[in-house]
Design a protein around this ligand. Structure first.
Ligand code: NAD
Ligand code: UD1
Length: 340
């Protein structure tokens, strides 16, 4: 199938494009490079062993997007494009609503005009909020808003897709709720390339390992968890990428309507366990200090992954050790990410 991948030059998108190419799909990327580099597209071609078409374009640009869809006529869309920094979304809510919600509205309009009926959307475990205790199931009650504008854009987009699918019985949407993606392709050629100081745990730790940061700041060790640090469901980005390929198979089988799946491992690890795993993979201590809690953090979050296993035939295979080894290989081989 020809898959149009918005945000395909980004962290999760690049790994997914490689898996799609390896599985024989044709890939067209639309990315405005606001948080990624053209080198990522080159490396997708290298690892996928095939050419991909790349359009440097904003998904909010309806005219340009319409031209791309009319020219390419994709069979399905995977919509990764979006802004994702939690703190920045608190400072600049309008940018987040305009970009994340706006791009999805434009995309759906263009898809409707050009007869494209299949979409996979990048949602997040953040939509669960703190309403229910883990393991989190897809049928859990969702809050009205998340703990930040970024998270609320995911809730809003999920609702938009539900309403659109309700109005169009031949429209198919698979909402994938990612838990905590970490790691990199085992080649070390593509990986996570955050700009500035990393907000997330794994990219921060690997920068400590290569000496770019002095020490890790652990946000709180007084949570009601066995070692007092927060527990998350870390999933290898290549497992996550394969989850997208599995979701696309639903479209090949026919009309699937709207489906929601968690993509996680179903297993939680504490911050201290992650530090220990990275320390073992790196063969060195990781200096850290304990700080106060970070606003908005939940003590514990992990997925119930049974639904994806039953309906997509997908489950995560890689371990926390794989995630650490691969994240470190990427960072060591590319200390400045993709460069300028
Ligand atoms: P990323 O920033 O690496 O990739 C997003 C890509 O989208 C970037 O290449 C960026 O340049 C592009 N982009 C953003 N706005 C665009 C626009 N208007 N038009 C065209 N391109 C645009 O992020 P990622 O980690 O790969 O995340 C991909 C998706 O998954 C995002 O929607 C994110 O919210 C979601 N998600 C990520 C995580 C995570 O931990 N990384 C967790 C849950 C959900
Ligand atoms: C965060 C976001 C979530 C988003 C996801 C991917 C919050 C509250 N949640 O998830 O909405 O979908 O990133 O972008 O921001 N930690 C440290 N030190 C650090 C970094 C993190 O101790 O330098 C801790 C955090 O307190 C947390 C754990 O590590 O307990 C994981 O943090 P992180 O990687 O940022 O992921 P989430 O908070 O789960």
């Amino acid at each position: 199938m020809k898959i149009l991948v918005t945000g395909g030059a980004g962290y999760i998108g690049s790994h997914t494009c490689v898996v799609l190419l390896q599985q024989g799909h044709e890939v067209v990327i639309v990315d405005n490079l606001c948080n990624s580099k053209p080198a990522a597209v080159e490396r997708i071609r290298e690892l996928g062993g095939k050419d991909v078409k790349f359009y440097k374009e904003d998904v909010c640009n309806e005219t340009a997007l319409g031209e791309i869809f009319r020219r390419e006529q994709p069979g399905a869309v995977i919509h990764f494009a979006g802004l994702k920094a939690v703190g920045e979304s608190v400072e600049k809510p309008l940018e987040y609503y305009a970009n994340n919600v706006g791009s999805t509205l434009t995309l759906l309009k263009v898809m409707g005009e050009t007869g494209v009926k299949n979409i996979v959307f990048s949602s997040s475990a953040t939509v669960y909020g703190d309403v229910e205790d883990p393991p989190l199931r897809e049928d859990a009650a969702l809050p009205n808003h998340a703990n930040c504008p970024y998270g609320t854009t995911k809730l809003m987009i999920e609702q938009i897709l539900k309403d659109y699918a309700h109005a169009h019985s031949d429209f198919n949407a698979v909402l994938l709720r990612y838990f905590n993606p970490v790691g990199a392709h085992e080649s070390g050629r593509i990986g996570e390339d955050p700009s500035g100081i990393p907000n997330n745990l794994s990219p921060y730790i690997v920068q400590v390992v290569v000496g770019k940061r002095d020490k890790l700041h652990i946000f709180g060790n007084d949570y009601p968890t066995p070692d007092g640090t927060c527990i998350r469901d870390y999933i290898h980005v290549v497992d996550l990428a394969e989850g997208h390929a599995a979701a696309l198979k639903l479209f090949e089988k026919g009309n699937c309507g709207l489906r929601v799946y968690n993509l996680g491992t179903g297993r939680g690890h504490s911050v201290m366990e992650v530090v220990k795993a990275f320390s073992e993979a790196a063969g060195q201590d990781i200096p850290y200090v304990i700080e106060g809690r970070r606003a908005g953090d939940l003590p514990e979050s992990y997925a119930d992954c049974q639904k994806a296993k039953d309906e997509l035939g997908w489950e995560a295979k890689k371990t926390l050790q794989d995630m650490c080894a691969d994240a470190l290989r990427w960072q060591r081989q590319n200390p400045d990410g993709y460069g300028d």
